[in-house]
Ligand binder design. Sequence first.
Ligand SMILES: Cc1cc2nc3c(=O)[nH]c(=O)nc-3n(C[C@H](O)[C@H](O)[C@H](O)COP(=O)(O)O)c2cc1C
Length: 321
Amino acid sequence: MTIHTRFTELFKIKHPLLSAPMGGVAGGKLAATVSNAGALGFVGGGYGDIAWLERELGITAREARQPWGVGLITWKATREMVDLCLRFKPHAFFLSFGDPEPYVDQIKSQGVKVVCQVQDLAGARKALAAGAEVLVAQGSEAGGHGATRGTLPLVAAVVDLAGDTPVLAAGGIADGRGLAAALILGAAGAVMGTRFYASDEAQADRQAKERIIQTSADDTVRTRVFDIARGYDWPEGYTGRAIRNRFTERWHGREDELMAVANEERAKFQRAAAAGDYDTKMIFAGEGLDLIRDIQPAVRIVSGIVRDAEQSLRAGTALLR
Ligand SMILES: Cc1cc2nc3c(=O)[nH]c(=O)nc-3n(C[C@H](O)[C@H](O)[C@H](O)COP(=O)(O)O)c2cc1C
């Protein structure tokens, strides 16, 4: 049995599941593996590191036998970065955090589908008007950057708004139950980031993955302190959900003070990050953390999620009398 949705139809793929374009964590290997397993895998181009993108997109383009995609952080993107990505012939382009309009025609002109991640209804309306072919409704439960709306009501509201455009749910979804719930809300599938962080193929060291499987979502926080420390000037309204550590304990809530000493702290932060010191360096992760207990090959993650989602959907219909 397979779960058939407008999303699986659009890309002619087997499963209504997309692995998120996690900047620097979702490399070419993860994207290709997820796609070859029947879901839609994405390379996380993040802020647009050219050398990284060329290497990782080369891997996906060589290894993927099924549709795959690439994502960029929209407010940091440029037409040149978009062109570079398009040269590798992805099937989908994921734009989030900012106005997608300047890039939609450029992407569509190459026959590549535009997926826009939105955090509220205003963003959804804008993305639809710009020509998005898939919307991702991302709730604040998500790992990494996002905003304030909760996944459950946001997804339903975006589904109501989107008409024939397929909507995927993102934020705190990490297993088959979550995927089934998203489908029941009317979504055409789900986006998962944190679950794929704890995969063999994710580009992160063992220590970070171990923290993912050992930490409860109770110990995450939405914060700007890592952006300030890294010198990223995120637009108003966005924070990043990360595992709490010594750095957040010290600076979260004292952002103005951190900004005042940003140069000094940045150098210290960079040294700690280079040394893999996760008491300082961030691990972005979502509220699905409690549901992630092991590091697995991505192929097994995909098949387990789909199997459990089918079971949940069957269990749901069994409630009807
Ligand atoms: C480590 C990490 C890095 C992320 N980086 C990006 C990114 O560069 N661009 C982006 O659009 N979304 C990024 N996200 C957010 C995802 O697109 C997605 O919304 C999120 O992972 C869904 O929530 P979940 O982590 O609870 O599954 C990131 C998420 C994580 C966990």
